[in-house]
Structures are given as C-alpha cells and as structure tokens.
Design a protein around this ligand. Sequence first.
Ligand code: TYD
Length: 197
Amino acid sequence: MSGLFIVFEGIDGSGKTGLCKRVHEALTAEGRTTIVTQEPTSDEIGSLIRKDGIPDITPAAEALLFTADRAVHTQRIARWLEEGVTVLCDRYFASTAAYQSAAAGRDPAFTEWLLQMNLPVIRMPDLTFLLDLDAEEGEERVNGRGAASRYEELAYQREVRKAYLDLAERFDFKIIAADRGRDEVLEEVLQLIRSVF
Ligand code: TYD
C-alpha cells in the first residue's frame, strides 16, 4: 500500500518545522513508518538557493531553481511512497507559489505561471496543512519578542500569507490556526491525518 504524502506550509515562524518533528514522533509511536523531508533540500540545487541566496536573483529565476530542486526531490518522495512510507514534507510547491508570487507583487499571470510550471513536476499531496499566522506574530517568533523587524520583511510576509490563503482555497489545504499552543495544533493535525489513514 502506498504511503501518505503530507505537506506542511506556512510563513516564516509559523512552526512547521517543529510540528513536522512532533507529528513524526507521534506517527512513529503508533507504528507507522514515517519520514521527514524538507525544501529547499540540501542537494546541489537546493544548496544553491538556501540561506544567503544568489546576488541579483529575480523571483522568476528563484522560482525556477526552487522548482528544479523540487522536481528532483519528487522522485525521491515517489520512491518512499511506493515503499509504503508516509512522507512529511516541510514546504512543497505552495512555497514557490506563495513566496515567489509575493516577491513579484502577486501578479496573477506570474502566479499562474508558477503553478503551471510546478504542476507537471510535482506529485499532488494527499494532505496539505497551512499553518496560518499573522505576519507580526511570525516575526516575533523568528526574531524574539520585542526585536525590531524590517518593515519590508513584515510587508512581504503579509503578502505571502495572503497568497497562501488564496492557494488554500484553490487546492483545498487544511487551514490550521497556528496562534495556539503547540499541543493543541498537534492534536488537530493528528486527528485530520488519522481520518485520512
Ligand atoms: P526554510 O529553510 O524552510 O526556512 P523556515 O525553517 O523558516 O521555514 O525555507 C527558507 C526560505 O526559503 C523560507 O523563507 C521560504 C523560502 N522558500 C521560497 O521562497 N520558495 C520555495 O519554493 C521554498 C521551498 C522556500
């Protein structure tokens, strides 16, 4: 039997990475073979775009690299799923459709290009969770309470959040209120996963 493909999305500071880890622990304890993976990957292409990035890169060039990284990653994901492993993926195609769309002013034609470029090279997840959070709250979690955040970064994360909410409607993502305690978020997510198993 093929494994489940579950994706976690959200703005910076939304808590995806920690949640993935806790979901992994919970499913493993229940006896399910589960793997956590993330994008950008640490493969050759993923490493190019991680962290400091490339000087003078454009949203389109970034999108092409993130998507190339994803196309290679998807082959690995497909193999795990065929082996019956449940795959928990921290970011997938919606990250490109949200972040690079926001970087290009959420121009509808550009957003459509991002999606049309991604859809042929991805595997559609069985379940996508959007950890929805205020940009201000996300910044506080990333920088620590009281730390000043750059106005442009905050404005950018706000646009990323809007782009994510549009995608959630189009692709039927499960929107999870991420401004709650970790245990509450984990329980809601686990219940939804169990209902799909
Ligand atoms: P990541 O390492 O997941 O950071 P975090 O742990 O904060 O989520 O992602 C690094 C950054 O890369 C993050 O700000 C989102 C961005 N990103 C894109 O802009 N497009 C993409 O397609 C992906 C996968 C990530």
